[in-house]
Design a protein around this ligand. Structure first.
Ligand code: KIV
Ligand code: NA
Length: 277
């Protein structure tokens, strides 16, 4: 299977083949989603919430994004690996933005970076693209702007906001983005943006007309029973499976029935725990 590149994604849009993207934060999950057929694996700064337990993405640092990106890249064979630029890694200056994007590529081994924002960041996008680093845009509900938005609120609902989002999308395409995430956007506006752009749109809470979809992996796997926004579909209930499996293990330990003979060593010969490759 050929590795997915930014060119593969553009061809998929032209051919009407939906792009499948999911977040991953470590090598094990990356291997699972890559095997399952993901086109794009995103090291989202959502890891600040689902991995670190913060209530926003704002505390995530460049060092942490590099660390998780390298893990995901090691677990991936086919998918395109994209890493999020965290809060304050690209807002201060174009120079800092290019240097930080370069770290995600050189140290994190990603094939592209993603950053939040519209026309205001066109100069940042084009400078990173000039350094031969592919950039994915991100419009709509942009979690790094939670304080400006006044919460996690669907964006682009009135005519002015919708027109601004369309202008931002076109500005990002002109600046050289290879793709654009639309998050928390009314489906009709997402349809219009998708139709207007030549680069693929990837939606989350943006309806079915986008060229692809993305979800946070812990959400689609049903890991957190207390978090279920309208746009999330749980495709399984890992919260149930995991608490059940762990509970069964604890019961057997308490009962003294694990470990049994099958899982214990006898005799004095050296034993290799894992067969050599
Ligand atoms: O951080 C993230 O997981 C994201 C996706 C939800 C698009 O940015
Ligand atoms: Na993100």
């Amino acid at each position: 299977k050929d590795k997915v590149t930014i060119h593969t994604l553009k061809r998929q849009k032209q051919a009407g083949q939906k792009i499948c993207m999911v977040t991953a934060y470590d090598a094990t999950f990356a291997r699972l989603f890559d095997e399952a057929g993901a086109d794009v694996l995103l090291i989202g700064d959502s890891l600040g919430m689902v991995v670190q337990g913060h209530d926003s993405t704002l505390p995530v640092t460049m060092d942490q994004m590099v660390y998780h990106s390298a893990m995901v890249a090691r677990g991936t064979k086919r998918a395109l690996v994209v890493g999020d630029m965290p809060f304050m890694s690209y807002q201060v200056s174009v120079q800092e933005a290019v240097r930080n994007a370069g770290r995600l590529v050189a140290e994190g081994n990603v094939g592209g970076v993603k950053l939040e924002g519209g026309a205001e960041f066109a100069d940042v996008v084009s400078a990173i693209v000039r350094a031969s680093i592919p950039v994915m845009g991100h419009l709509g509900l942009t979690p790094q702007s939670v304080h400006k938005m006044g919460g996690y609120v669907v964006q682009g609902r009135d005519e002015d906001a919708a027109r601004k989002m369309m202008d931002d999308a076109l500005a990002l395409e002109r600046a050289g983005c290879f793709s654009l995430v639309l998050e928390g956007v009314p489906l009709e506006l997402a349809r219009q943006i998708t139709q207007k752009l030549t680069i693929p749109t990837i939606g989350i809470g943006a309806g079915k007309h986008c060229d692809g979809q993305v979800l946070v992996c812990y959400d689609l796997l049903g890991m957190n029973p207390d978090f279920k926004p309208k746009f999330v579909k749980r495709f399984t209930n890992l919260h149930g499976s995991i608490t059940e499996a762990a509970g069964a293990y604890f019961s057997e330990v308490r009962a003294g029935s694990f470990p049994d003979e099958e899982h214990s060593f006898k005799g004095k010969q050296p034993v290799r725990l894992i067969p050599t490759q």
